[in-house]
Ligand binder design. Structure first.
Ligand code: PLP
Length: 429
């Protein structure tokens, strides 16, 4: 290769992959193996001591998964990545090295419904907690930080409404407090936005969504920017101090910018076991090859559908940040100049009941709890993904009872509009 830095479209096809050294296979093989033969006892010891990087056992590392890790890290501009069995696993894996019982995170109120539940309920079992704050107000984020806070967590294009986070302002708050900013970039993908360039420390993904792109497998990923100084304070002893779970190894001192990545594999995957399997990694690698092409069409279609909905009398409002009328439009142009994604909500005149009728009347849209598929998807968040929340929490999250959420696919926009048109007629009759 020449000295040129390859562009995104080239990297999404090539990063991390090379022809198989044994066979020349051009496509990345699916290394369907549990274990790897050591050259000799000395080699085995070096691998277990982390003195040599190599393959031991597929709960920790696998060559197919390693290609995916390198590809996502490259596309995000990070130094390393750890793939996991789902997006939710990736969130736990991101927090695990930073947290201890009694510690908290400051999180946006506008998060994927499952993340709100994970952060309000499940992490309590580990002795962790989350404080939810409106990220439109960076001062409120700063005010919520206390001595036990260990991370700030938000979504760039927030589910379900597609609002845009003012990432530069939030990154400054995190930086001033000496805390890592964790950004869920699932709905934007690195094609529309690269959080590390705006100050994020870690990027998490549900690769289940746009990265795989076709609704076949679940997976997740944590990308490490390599930029955070874990030793600047005594807040992150798992990374800065001797780690008892790895015979006293000091990860930051030993691995420098790769400390988080090595910890994620050597301890996170080893002990929590939220491992991505090589078959799933294969599907996701196939998907990523066409990421930019799909995202361009997702965005083009989302703009067309949102504009059509906005002028329709049966619709009260549309939350798409790509619309000139959105209060997030200026921020969207700055944060996601290639487009504001393809996820948004719209309010149907007739409220909750009309939403339910609309969902039952669509023909091309699929009624599923998923997003980021080639297919257009629709769901009524308040009665499904955000059902566990109180109504005030639903409204704070943007899952108001009178809105439906859509994830616009890559079909012909005219067909999507026609489908919504006939469904709105039935819903508001
Ligand atoms: C789906 C999703 C998750 C959870 O990912 P899974 O792969 O379903 O575990 C987290 N964040 C966002 C924004 C998502 O869309």
């Amino acid at each position: 290769m020449t000295d040129r830095t390859p562009g995104f479209d080239t990297l999404q096809v090539h990063a991390g992959a090379r022809p198989d050294t044994a066979t020349g296979a051009r496509q990345t093989p699916i290394y369907q193996t549990t274990a790897y033969v050591f050259r000799d006892a000395e080699h085995a010891a070096a691998l277990f001591n982390l003195q040599e990087v190599g393959y031991i056992y597929s709960r920790l590392t696998n060559p197919t998964v390693a290609v995916l890790q390198e590809r996502i890290a490259t596309l995000e501009g990070g130094v390393g990545a750890v793939c996991c069995s789902s997006g939710h696993a990736a969130q736990i894996m991101a927090l695990f090295p930073l947290m201890q019982p009694g510690r908290n995170i400051v999180a946006s109120t506008r998060l994927y419904g499952g993340t709100v539940t994970q952060f309000t309920q499940t992490i309590k079992r580990f002795g962790w907690s989350a404080k939810f704050v409106d990220f439109d107000d960076p001062q409120a984020v700063a005010d919520a930080i206390d001595d036990d806070t260990r991370a700030i967590f938000g979504e760039v294009i927030a589910n379900p409404g597609g609002w845009i986070m003012d990432i530069d302002s939030i990154a400054k708050v995190a930086d001033d407090a000496g805390l890592p900013l964790i950004v869920d970039n699932t709905t934007a993908t690195p094609y529309l936005h690269r959080p590390i360039e705006h100050g994020a420390t870690l990027v998490v993904h549900s690769t289940t969504k746009f990265l795989t792109g076709n609704g076949t497998v679940t997976g997740g990923c944590v990308v490490d920017s390599g930029k955070f100084d874990w030793s600047a304070s005594d807040k992150f002893p798992s990374l800065s101090a001797p780690e008892p779970a790895y015979h006293g190894l000091k990860f930051h001192e030993t691995f420098g910018p790769l400390a988080f990545t090595f910890h994620g594999i050597a301890i996170g995957l080893r002990d929590l076991g939220m491992t991505l399997n090589p078959q799933s990694a294969h599907y996701t690698l196939m998907g990523i090859e066409t990421l930019s092409l799909r995202m361009e069409r997702h965005v083009e279609n989302a703009v067309k559908v949102a504009k059509w909905l906005e002028q329709d009398d049966r619709v009260d409002y549309v939350t798409y940040a790509g619309l000139e009328s959105s209060p997030y439009n200026d921020l969207a142009k700055k944060v996601c100049p290639k487009g504001a994604g393809s996820l948004f909500t719209f309010a149907v005149k007739g409220g909750y009941d009309a939403c339910i009728k609309l969902i039952d009347a669509v023909e091309i849209f699929s009624h599923v709890a998923n997003l980021g598929d080639t297919r257009s998807l629709i769901i009524h968040s308040a009665s499904t993904t955000h059902r566990q929340l109180e109504e005030n929490q639903q409204r704070a999250a943007g899952a108001d009872p009178e809105v439906v959420r859509v994830s616009i696919g890559i079909e012909n926009a005219e067909d999507l509009i026609a489908d919504l048109d006939q469904a709105l007629t039935k819903a508001t009759a």
